[in-house]
Design a protein around this ligand. Structure first.
Ligand code: Q46
Ligand code: ZN
Ligand code: ZN
Length: 312
């Protein structure tokens, strides 16, 4: 197998594109595709300040490396944010690895501790707040990223969701009929008053490519799994995508294009005729569609459960 461009020995073959590349040309191809994705969806403009959410996993670190390169080429500023979720061992390692990579690249960064905002993810199981730990964790991450991005004066938050992650959420939306959340599911979520816009620059990057990019660039990433990652459905959906792709190379891109061009516009139109209007949480002032935002509700519930546990 030879590189399509220089005919040297290839390190990766991409069946979906019926091609193969050597190290240098794969890296070039990979970075160009991320740049094209940013341009295609108008994700980043000149002189913008972008926050990258880095968990320490391969996708977010790959994103950090590519955006760091592109920031010089496309003239934008970059800050890394890593949240210490308070998940024993896992969070300690993820913060350590993220910090190592920020320092290696010389990227400005902030580490935020969820505990400083009232609780940890381990508290959610310890005090039996709910069985759906990942859903609370997702809320906490979105809340903190938004709050800190605003404090830093950032205009967008970039996350490491790749093509497989994106399609998995779309399939889950179809399966459960979550049309309202799909109506907001797109590679770019525009900014709104109080809400910093979100972008997914790896949305056209298959998961395996991100892994190969990380390995070829010698990026140290977190290999341990979060102890709460038992979401069987999402794992199985990814396996289904893998199976389909094996049989029909390129099918994931077809699925992506179908969603973006045909399905998303219809759902969007059906659910959001005008602009969404959000209220301000009466406790913390963050945007919400209820009186009290979900993050504050979890925090209040935990305070109660903790004081009850102390009294017992
Ligand atoms: S960190 Fe949080 Fe994930 Fe762990 S608790 Fe679930 S959502 S699995 S990406
Ligand atoms: Zn080559
Ligand atoms: Zn609140």
């Amino acid at each position: 197998m030879k590189c399509r461009i220089c005919k040297a020995k290839a390190v990766i073959s991409l069946r979906y594109a019926n091609t193969a590349f050597c190290r240098e040309h794969f890296i070039e191809f990979f970075e160009r595709r991320v740049k094209n994705t940013i341009e295609k969806f108008g994700m980043i403009g000149k002189n913008e300040k972008i926050v990258v959410a880095v968990s320490g996993g391969k996708d977010s670190l790959t994103l950090l490396y590519v955006l760091n390169k592109l920031s010089k080429l496309m003239d934008f500023e970059l800050i890394g944010i890593t949240i210490d979720l308070g998940i024993e061992d896992y969070s300690r390692r993820s913060v350590e690895i993220a910090e190592k990579n920020y320092k290696r690249l010389g990227v400005d960064y902030t580490i935020i501790k969820l505990e400083d905002y009232g609780f940890t993810i381990d508290d959610i199981t310890k005090y039996r707040v709910t069985g759906r730990v990942c859903s609370i964790c997702g809320t906490a991450k979105r809340y903190l990223l938004n709050r800190v991005a605003k404090e830093k004066g950032a205009s967008k938050i970039a996350t490491g969701h790749n093509l497989d992650d994106f399609l998995q959420v779309v399939l889950q939306g179809y399966m459960y009929g979550n049309l309202e959340s799909l109506a907001r599911y797109y590679p770019v979520t525009p900014s709104m008053p109080g809400l910093v816009g979100r972008i997914k620059p790896l949305v056209l990057t298959p998961e395996r490519d991100a892994l190969v990019y990380a390995i070829l660039n010698d990026i140290e990433f977190l290999k341990m799994e979060c102890p709460y990652s038992r979401s069987v459905t999402s794992h199985d959906l990814k396996m289904a995508l893998f199976y389909i792709e094996e049989k029909h190379p390129g099918m994931r891109f077809t699925m992506f294009n179908t969603y973006i061009k045909k399905i998303y516009p219809l759902i969007r139109e059906a659910y959001f005729k005008g602009d969404m209007v959000l209220k301000k949480c009466i406790i913390c002032g963050e945007p919400t569609n209820a009186e009290i935002c979900l993050f504050c509700r979890v925090r209040k519930k935990l305070e109660k459960l903790k004081s009850r546990a102390c009294a017992d």
